[in-house]
Design a binder for this molecule. Structure first.
Ligand code: DX5
Ligand code: ZN
Length: 218
């Protein structure tokens, strides 16, 4: 089992008027990744931020920029997000009829590739792509909004996925996205997750730096 633990603060919950301070806060924390949620109002019922904002965030950090594309036809924008500064991109299985090709494109541009799966999408649907990717972004809420509650069934899915990854000795990280808090972080890590995305529980905390450390040692 890969015991690696990473915290990825989600900037969807950050203060957009003070983005520089928010990035600096994460730069000076134990978080290894910045999680950047891109929404198009079509794949999900919300619109967030896109390429120009990520370009600016990139200039302000040396940490890993983990871009989560919640958009239709994500393959059209892979290169643009690379140029903007993405180090890793996850795109949704539900939005990708040619997923394998998109993964190849992400790799050919020198990035790590992830597949994001919605709460209703079974782990089985990853069977023929899992060996070709670097991480699974397992959604623990319905994508589109921050501040939602963790869907408990995700824990069963994490265990299923962990079993497949370990049995096949794959080098794939499990990222959990949505509703991660100080209260459920331990259970999520114990189920076999590696990366916790945390928006509200980091940026809305009285002390975000401490919140990141507490998540890490949950
Ligand atoms: C939801 C996004 C998440 C979100 C998490 O569509 O993919 O990354 O920002 O926010 P919290 O941690 O507040 O649930
Ligand atoms: Zn996300």
């Amino acid at each position: 089992m890969n015991n690696k633990r990473i915290i990825a603060p989600s900037f969807l919950a950050s203060d957009f008027l003070h983005l520089q301070q928010e990035v600096e806060l994460v730069n000076n924390s134990a978080a290894e990744w910045l999680h950047l949620d891109v929404m198009d109002g079509r794949f999900v019922p919300n619109i967030s931020f896109g390429i120009p904002v990520i370009e600016h965030i990139r200039k302000a950090t040396n940490k890993v920029c983990d871009v989560h594309l919640m958009i239709v036809e994500p393959e059209k924008y892979i290169e643009a997000f690379r140029i903007a500064g993405a180090d890793r991109i996850s795109l949704h299985i539900e939005a990708s009829p040619n997923l394998h090709r998109s993964i190849q494109v992400i790799h050919s541009l020198g990035m790590q590739a992830g597949v994001a799966v919605n709460p209703h999408t079974p782990i089985d649907s990853l069977q023929d792509i899992i060996a070709d990717i670097d991480y699974v972004n397992l959604m623990s809420v319905n994508p589109g909004f921050g501040g939602q509650s963790f869907i408990p069934h995700t824990l069963t899915k994490i265990k299923q996925l962990r079993k497949i990854i370990d049995e096949n000795k794959l080098n794939v990280l499990i990222e959990i996205d949505g509703g991660v808090t100080q209260q459920n972080a331990k259970e999520i890590f114990d189920a076999g997750a590696n990366v916790l995305v945390a928006g509200s529980s980091v940026f809305r905390a009285a002390n975000p730096k401490e919140a990141i450390e507490n998540l890490l040692k949950a």
